[in-house]
Design a protein around this ligand. Structure first.
Ligand code: 5GP
Ligand code: MN
Length: 359
């Protein structure tokens, strides 16, 4: 298979060494696991099991129901449900994979347990600025997804034969969800060469799309309708949009975890909106989600104002205060992005240009 090499030879050699000699493996991924986190974890699990290894997947909290179809999803160990099992798996492991996260903060209460564990640790991730807590860090932020990197890692250490149908289903799921079904972050030929390899293993990609990205409860559809009709504010002069949902509103629509997935992307469908923010009043904090088009960087905004981070065009964070206070922070940021602001550091011409390029 002819795709360009991304992971360095040195990293591949070290990865191969660990995978060859260490047999008791635990795979971890970030809080609120998404399609990429679950797909990468379960895909790597099936590949390493095909190699004869003992492998367990451990998550900080429950993944959404929409990912329960992934092969192996029923066998994961969730910290908030089976803390003792999770602790003992991590203590006994001799190799721990850290997938789709770049910092121990992103795995919540799993952080101290992973940090203390004696096992060798390998990060495979595509977020910027990886923290240095692993023995091997395979971090390439220009990759579409961690699943793409896991495919490249398996190929790079000679495990193409172990990429069976189950592995392919999982890795396809993550590549698809992290690119919005190949609508962003997916403009390289390599991605489709990898997809071709995965489809050739007998996966039904349309079924994976329908289960992971195109399934909703009636309550969720009504919540999304309400949020767009009643709660979306557009600020044309700053090319921004805001959606908020309070606790009462979430209860009214019988909100379940995962129900607001992708809501934050929707305001970007308006041609002049370059920056979208969604604020949700969760149990302990205001969950912040942000998306942007082109050169407008939302990760720096989330780092600076919302205790978070992420990618240039998709980031999030946690705000410790009331919903109104979080809204006030957002409002205070608007003037600097207004057309008439000469200090505007997100050049409008660039942004509109790059948005047009994508269409
Ligand atoms: P989402 O808006 O879907 O929750 O998150 C989008 C992206 O933002 C994630 O893939 C992750 O990179 C980043 N992100 C979301 N929440 C947080 C957070 O609380 N802290 C940090 N550092 N990054 C986050
Ligand atoms: Mn990812």
């Amino acid at each position: 298979m002819r795709i360009s090499q991304v992971i360095s030879n040195e990293e591949l050699l070290q990865l191969k060494d660990y995978v060859t000699w260490l047999n008791n493996i635990v795979i971890t991924c970030h809080l609120s696991p998404d399609g990429d986190a679950m797909g990468a974890s379960l895909g790597l699990m099936h590949a390493l099991e095909a190699l004869g290894k003992t492998v367990h997947v451990v998550t900080p909290d429950m993944p959404p129901r929409s990912l329960a179809f992934l092969p192996g999803a029923k066998d994961i160990h969730v910290l908030t449900k089976h803390e003792d099992t999770v602790r003992s798996l991590l203590e006994r492991a001799n190799l721990i994979f850290c997938l789709d996260y770049n910092s121990l903060k992103r795995i919540d209460n799993l952080g101290p347990i992973v940090e203390r564990a004696k096992a060798k640790k390998i990060m495979i991730d595509h977020h910027l600025d990886p923290e240095n807590f692993c023995d091997l860090t395979i971090s390439y932020s220009r990759m579409s997804s961690t699943c793409e990197l896991v495919f490249r890692a398996l190929m790079g250490i000679g495990l193409m034969k172990q990429i069976n149908r189950k592995v392919a289903e999982c890795l396809y799921c993550g590549m698809m969800t992290d690119t919005g079904n190949f609508s962003y972050n997916s403009n390289t030929a390599d991605i489709y060469l990898i997809v071709a390899e995965l489809v050739a293993r007998g996966i039904n990609k349309d079924r994976i799309y329908n289960l992971a990205m195109n399934t909703s409860s009636a309550d969720r559809l009504r919540l999304i309708g309400f949020a767009l009709a009643e709660k979306m504010q557009v600020f044309p002069e700053s090319h921004a949009a805001l959606i908020t949902l309070s606790k009462d509103e979430l209860i009214r629509y019988n909100y379940k975890k995962g129900d607001t997935e992708s809501l934050v992307n929707m305001p970007l469908q308006v041609p002049d909106v370059q920056w979208s923010v969604f604020l949700r009043d969760d149990e302990d904090y205001i969950k912040v989600s942000s998306r942007s088009q082109g050169e407008f960087a939302v990760n720096t905004i989330c780092e600076k104002h919302f205790n978070g981070g992420g990618h240039k065009n998709a980031a999030g964070g946690e705000f410790y205060g009331t919903l109104d206070e979080a809204v006030a922070v957002f409002m205070s940021l608007l003037p600097q992005f207004a057309d008439n602001n000469t200090n505007n550091n997100n050049k409008q011409d660039n942004k509109i240009q790059s948005k047009n390029d994508e269409k």
